[in-house]
Design a protein around this ligand. Structure first.
Ligand code: BGC
Length: 745
């Protein structure tokens, strides 16, 4: 028995040693670790929040951000990281305590949810993803990092890369939609944006891939809920964006709140060690989500706080965000010999590694720079960039008889609806230090854009979520007196985001009746939607001539929307999430399987369908209109037969056959027709966003590599299987033209 225990100890020591790198940094970490007490090590693994009561976006830097008790804890080496503390003054003050008054002098790392901008608010991530403009997405993260780092922050809890196939789930607003291929590209762009090329530069910050893993797979779209998916679905659908973020260099990962198939992520060794460390070679650190170490007990996965601490640590959770279970339990576990101290060393090593990478050991004050803070935050160039990407995020859902764009010289416009002159909601959820006073509303944006002779009449009409219809009358009268009606309706910002799930996706309150009342005037009604998720708007789609999906576009919302309404920008956004007709259609992602009895529109068919619903979504994945038209040629291939190691080129001619210049997102999907396991009916494998002048034609080429044709076969080996593949090219996932080729051994 003694020898057995010794062998285990040697093995653990070997595994832990393997995690060490032999660089100068690692040697420095060794020498620091050698001087640290168990309590100081646990301190590095403990993250705590600043005080809530001081948050004031207008005056965001305050000494009361940390309590006296927290100041003492820093001095005693019991805190290694803060979240929700920002501003150059306070971060400098707390950092000074850490590096001058604590025994180890290890700098603190300050983290914050910089999700779509810091002070300059960009569109919510779901909206930005609809731009299909990876450079713009990277740029938005870059600017957010420049601002946040000037205010003393080192680390953002972003990007959230969870695939979301259920729009009831409120956190769909925070990701890039339903597709793993596209989601992976967006994940990498966001990481590159935050981290830049040099993490030690004073204007780049550590990013955090979250929430690992499959947080978006919550049953019923209810946040935090159980996830029960096959290993295959985990690998094929949910894991790719996390992996892409890690490959792009993300130095931290956050665990997810959910369990997967019975094992909560924060205690899931398979996820946090086998996959993340051993397969993906991740060498940064893992932070738990808020309180998630403690929640291992609530899940029924740990019988006590002590067991929760042990399970989380041994699984691979390096830092405990806000449950204080590590602080309270780990010391006794190590002293009693139940947990090997080398597990602490391993986690502290990973955390110190990131602190080194950020340059905090060279200069712990590198990021708290009041001059830069003054110049960077809300810098006019940042605001210009926010407007640029906001325009690109807008999706034109409908435009009957080219009602849009409107002439700037139009005589009169009724601007109505609860969100038409709203300054708070366009900021969306997770808006960091977004300042409502800096938001341009739709009404203001329109006023700035139209000619001086255009008469604009505003009436709110109703609230976002109330049953009161008393405001309809005035709004309807306003509509009657105008040439056109612009109705700005949707959700409030806090109807999506964490813990903000909905069972109905209808327009809240009486807004749909409000639209009906406006339509009854006979005036052309343009609906501008603001929302954090797909809504079920079948009535609006079939009765209103023009619809713009604008999501929550951030502080430049009103300007960007006016740019599109009046044709200064030709909309080019495409949906990254399918719009169902009703909640009953969910899940309705485009990349589903065929089944043995594929959906058949004939209601009498024995096929995959509901008796009472069409089989199609309201708007498919990849959908979005332009003010011009694009005509697609037939896709051609440079070969009709390739081997499993060859690439194939798919080409298509796309012509701007309308009268305005515009951008088009040309999309490529494939289908592996038969396999050792069944494959989705379509999978996005490429896209190009091109600009075309009227009458211009461009040839778009896609190289489909073996990697893009690969899949996990029946034995879970990853590679290309021989057989027939279909290629689809088009303007959205439904409207495509096809070609096919063979893959031979
Ligand atoms: C969220 C995380 C977030 C953390 C810190 C949690 O409740 O799930 O996404 O980063 O809080 O604010």
């Amino acid at each position: 028995m003694k020898y057995f225990m010794l062998a285990i100890l040697c093995w653990v020591t070997f595994l832990l040693a393997a995690d060490k790198k032999s660089s100068a940094t690692e040697q420095k970490i060794d020498s620091i670790l050698a001087t640290m007490t168990i309590e100081e090590k646990i301190g590095q693994m403990t993250q705590t929040t600043g005080q809530w009561n001081w948050h004031d976006p207008a005056n965001y830097t305050s000494n009361s951000a940390a309590s006296d008790g927290q100041r003492i804890a820093i001095r005693e080496g019991r805190i290694g990281s803060f979240l929700n503390v920002y501003g150059s003054t306070i971060t400098r003050e707390l950092q000074t305590i850490a590096v001058t008054q604590s025994r180890t002098k290890i700098p603190l790392i300050f983290g914050f949810d910089v999700i779509h901008g810091f002070r300059t608010t960009f569109p919510i991530p779901l909206a930005e993803a609809c731009s299909w403009d990876l450079d713009a997405i990277e740029q938005s993260a870059r600017i957010a990092a420049r601002e946040a780092t000037a205010a003393g922050l080192h680390w953002t809890f972003a990007p959230m890369v969870d695939i979301a196939r259920d729009p009831r789930w409120g956190r769909i607003m925070e990701g890039a939609g339903e597709d793993p291929f596209y989601g992976s590209l967006v994940a990498a762009s966001r990481v590159k944006g935050f981290q830049g090329n040099d993490l030690s530069s004073n204007n780049t910050m550590a990013s955090c891939i979250k929430h690992f893993a499959a947080y978006g797979g919550a049953e019923g779209g209810r946040d935090y809920n159980t996830v029960d998916i096959s290993h295959r679905t985990l690998l094929e659908t949910y894991l790719p964006p996390y992996k892409a973020g890690i490959n792009a260099g993300a130095v931290t990962v956050m665990t997810s709140f959910n369990e997967i198939n019975g094992i909560p992520s924060t205690g899931n060794k398979n996820l946090l060690t086998d996959i993340l460390r051993n397969e993906w070679k991740f060498d940064g650190f893992v932070v738990s989500d808020w309180g998630a170490v403690g929640e291992l007990r609530t899940h029924g996965f740990a019988s006590s706080e002590s067991q929760a601490a042990k399970k989380a640590l041994l699984a691979g959770t390096d830092m405990d965000m806000e449950s204080f279970i590590y602080e309270h339990q780990l010391s006794a576990l190590v002293k009693s010999g139940e947990v090997n101290e080398q597990y602490l060393d391993q986690s502290v090593r990973r955390i110190l590694r990131v602190k080194y990478l950020l340059g905090l050991f060279d200069d712990p004050f590198r990021y708290c720079d009041s001059v830069r803070e003054k110049n960077e935050l809300l810098n006019p160039n940042n605001v210009i960039a926010a407007r640029e990407i906001a325009k690109k995020s807008i999706v034109l859902l409908k435009n009957e008889k080219n009602l849009l764009p409107l002439s700037k010289k139009i005589k009169s416009i009724a601007v109505v609806g609860p969100l038409a002159d709203d300054k708070a909601n366009p900021l969306g959820f997770w808006n960091a230090l977004g300042d409502p006073t800096k938001v341009t509303t739709v009404l203001e944006g329109i006023r700035k854009t139209v000619s001086s002779s255009t008469k604009i009449i505003y009436a709110k009409g109703c609230e976002i979520d109330s049953l009161d219809t008393s405001g309809f009358k005035k709004a309807v009268e306003t509509a009657k007196r105008s040439d056109v009606v612009i109705a700005v309706v949707g959700e409030s910002a806090v109807m999506s985001g964490e813990s903000k799930c909905r069972s109905s996706l209808n327009l809240p309150g009486v807004q749909e009746e409000f639209i009906k009342a406006l339509l009854s005037t006979g005036k052309p009604v343009i609906v501008v939607l603001m929302n954090g998720r797909p809504l079920t708007i079948e009535y609006i789609d079939s009765h209103v001539p023009a619809i713009l999906e604008t999501w929550f576009l951030g502080m430049e919302a009103g300007n960007a929307i006016a740019d599109v309404l009046f044709g200064d920008y030709n909309p080019s956004g495409k949906l990254v999430t399918t719009f169902p007709r009703t909640v009953g259609q969910i899940p309705i992602h485009y990349n589903h399987k065929n089944s043995g009895r594929p959906s058949n529109p004939d209601p009498k068919s024995y096929s995959v369908r509901y008796l009472d619903l069409p089989i199609t979504p309201l708007y498919p994945f990849g959908y979005g209109l332009s003010y011009t038209q694009f005509t697609y040629g037939k896709p051609s291939l440079n070969s009709h037969s390739i081997t499993t190691t060859d690439s194939i080129m798919v080409s298509v001619d796309v012509k701007n056959s309308g009268s305005r210049a515009g951008e088009e997102v040309v999309q490529l999907y494939i289908r592996d027709e038969f396999g050792s396991v069944t494959r989705p009916v379509k999978e996005l494998k490429g896209f190009k966003k091109i600009f075309l002048n009227p009458d211009e034609t461009k040839r778009v080429d896609f190289i489909v590599t073996p990697e893009l044709l690969s899949m996990y076969d029946i034995d879970m080996h990853y590679g290309v299987e021989s057989g027939t593949f279909k290629v689809y090219v088009g303007t959205n996932s439904s409207d495509v033209q096809e070609a096919s080729f063979e893959v031979v051994e």
